[in-house]
Design a protein around this ligand. Structure first.
Ligand code: F6R
Length: 604
């Protein structure tokens, strides 16, 4: 939710900030802006409603030159997307400019107080209050001002701040929203996420809550809220700059789908063969838990639903899957005998962070599966396993989801073995099946043209249902979410047997039902559902490894390689991702940045 970047150095700040914003656009894209301190001796600000292209057009009309500046790309929370509500916000005295990611929960009260002292606000945002409050407190010492405003702000914030009296200095502070500090010989950076600075540096510091960073072109210093210096160690990012580029593909989403064999292989190797993950996991005694709770949001939640089937089947241990946004408020029945598994690509999803903190406060052990190194969930959980998906830029997750599944499978096998539920022979068989997944995904990707062709015939549908039974139902949830988020076609997922309890009344001509069929023992059951919907006029697409022996002109098929039933979601999902991708591509939609969405949901 919103991306911020700042630069101070020897190079052209404007182009560096605009480039960085392009890498952060996945965080929000309804407006963007930049403020620099240039030759005028004042802030020069250009901000524009719309995509970054609008900001670039604004900058072409009004070129800026500077070596220090801050930029922002917005996902509106308070106040509609508009030029005036865009960031940066500058206080009325034109002394302080601010970019903000997060939500200021007490902004109304702060705003009222400031208005009583005569300050006139120009936007409807919560963020403007930060710039006005900073000017209100400013006494010639910007760091002291930042400390004062941090004491007044409630909610979440990552802030990039410039002050006209300190024309060579950027100040940054954060609470519950991510912020990294990049360092290079040509200048220093603040950013919401690593890809924004990767072109210039792979040396970054992760700012902790209530730490202040003070950046000049040749130095970065950190302080606590008592103005005491703090020593921090930079981390070296192993992601390459290319991994955050489209690499010749039309969309990041397609590139990321195609990367899945590689990232699956990397993740499976780290989770099953050697390395840090294995050692950490080996120290975890699963027999001390009497229940597993998995909690996450969106696709990560769907990965949890898949995992429930796998864990329960292999470990014979009860697993609950909870939406993090619900879990955090439900006073869950958990204690030190509960293993809470958190799944998050970004590691910054506000609801999942809150769920983790709730679980920890009740004494549960928290195990996180996270993609972004150094993120809040990675750092705060009791144990973190990293997916090796690399940077995922498209808003709709694909490769991160696949790597989450891979880690969950490996965990389930490990837990089942240590609980004595698997013979070493079965354990080896299952591990071989997991290790074979990248090859099988490659096989599906070889037939991408035929999936594209099938997808092109579904562009005109108004409603698409996804059905499956057991673990096929779990992955139907993800197929439906993927389709609706990028194609804007109404879609729902149902357990096949549930249709007749109400939903079947929606089935008519011009509805498409995508039936997932990998569970051999339930094949007859799902085919009965197919018959029920086809006889009511629906078109049907059958996806799975089960072969349809009785060709039916009402039913199209995407046949997947044979695979162990429990790991079949890893293959189904690739076909489902491609289906969604090509439906959306045929509609000419902005696939990497679907309307109203943002990749990292750092607000409630
Ligand atoms: C859908 C999607 C979202 C995320 C969800 C959780 O394609 O990407 O549903 O899965 O917002 O995000 P993370 O995994 O970053 O916690």
């Amino acid at each position: 939710m919103c991306g911020i970047i700042g630069y101070v150095g020897k190079e052209d700040a404007v182009s560096i900030i605009v480039e960085g914003l392009k890498k952060l656009e996945y965080r929000g894209y309804d407006s963007a802006g930049i403020a620099v301190y240039g030759a005028s001796g004042f802030f020069d600000v250009v901000k524009q409603k719309g995509r970054l292209a609008s900001l670039e057009a604004g900058l072409a009309d009004n070129p800026l030159t500077a070596c220090i500046g801050i930029g922002h790309t917005r996902w509106a929370t308070h106040g509609e997307p508009s030029d005036i509500n865009s960031h940066p916000h500058v206080g009325n005295q034109s002394k302080v400019a601010v970019v903000h990611n997060g939500i200021i929960e007490n902004y109304k009260q702060l705003k009222e107080n400031l208005e009583h002292s005569g300050i006139v606000f120009s936007s409807q945002t919560d963020s403007e209050v930060i710039a006005q409050l900073a000017e209100h407190y400013y006494n010639g010492d910007i760091m002291e001002t930042v400390i004062k405003i941090s004491g007044r702000l409630e909610g979440s914030y990552a802030l990039g701040i410039m002050c006209v009296d300190e024309p060579d200095m950027l100040v940054a502070v954060k609470k519950d929203s991510p912020l990294i500090i990049g360092v290079s010989k040509n200048g220093n950076f603040i950013a919401s996420d690593v890809p924004a600075v990767l072109k210039h540096t792979n040396e970054v510091y992760y700012l902790e809550d209530r730490e202040i960073a003070v950046l000049t072109k040749d130095s970065v210093q950190f302080y606590d809220m008592d103005k005491q210096p703090i020593q921090k160690t930079p981390e070296t990012i192993t992601w390459s700059f290319d991994s955050a580029e489209k690499g010749g593909y039309e969309h990041f989403m397609l590139k990321e789908i195609m990367e899945q064999p590689k990232v699956l292989r990397d993740t499976i190797n780290s989770a099953t063969v050697s390395g840090e993950c294995k050692e950490n996991i080996e120290n975890l005694d699963i027999s001390r838990f009497n229940k597993i709770v998995i909690t996450a949001c969106g696709s990560a939640y769907n990965a949890g639903v898949v995992a429930k089937y796998v864990f329960e089947q292999l470990c014979r241990l009860s697993v609950e899957v909870e939406l993090a946004s619900e879990f955090r408020y439900k006073d869950a029945i958990i204690d030190s005998k509960t293993l809470v598994i958190l799944i998050s690509q970004s590691g910054e999803t506000a609801d999942t962070i809150a769920a983790m903190r709730e679980a920890k406060s009740k004494g549960a052990f928290t195990l996180a599966i996270v993609n972004v190194v150094g993120s809040t969930i990675a750092k705060e959980s009791d144990l973190c396993l990293y997916t090796a998906a690399g940077p995922e830029i498209a808003v709709a997750t694909t490769k991160a989801f696949s790597t989450q599944l891979a880690i969950l499978y490996a965990l389930a096998v490990r837990f089942a073995t240590s609980l004595g539920k698997l013979s070493s022979e079965t354990e080896n068989e299952l591990l071989c099946e997991i290790k074979a997944l990248p090859e099988k995904v490659t096989e599906i990707l070889k037939h991408i043209d035929s999936i594209q062709k099938v997808a092109s015939s579904y562009v005109g549908y108004k409603s698409i249902f996804f059905i499956g039974r057991n673990i096929d139902y779990a992955i139907a949830l993800e197929g439906s979410l993927k389709l609706k988020e990028i194609s804007y076609i109404h879609s729902e997922a149902y357990a096949g047997g549930e249709l007749k309890h109400g939903t079947i009344s929606l089935i008519e001509e011009n509805t498409l039902v995508v039936a997932i069929a990998n569970c051999e023992r339930l094949y007859g059951k799902i085919m009965s559902n197919v018959e029920q919907v086809a006889s009511r006029g629906a078109s049907v697409l059958l996806i799975g490894s089960c072969k349809n022996d009785e060709p039916d002109e009402r039913v199209s098929s995407i046949v997947l390689p044979d695979v162990h039933e429990l790991f079949s979601p890893s293959l189904s999902v690739v076909a489902l991702q491609l289906l969604s991708y090509y439906v959306a591509a045929n509609k000419g939609l902005d696939i990497d940045k679907p309307r109203n969405l943002a990749k990292s949901v750092t607000v409630e």
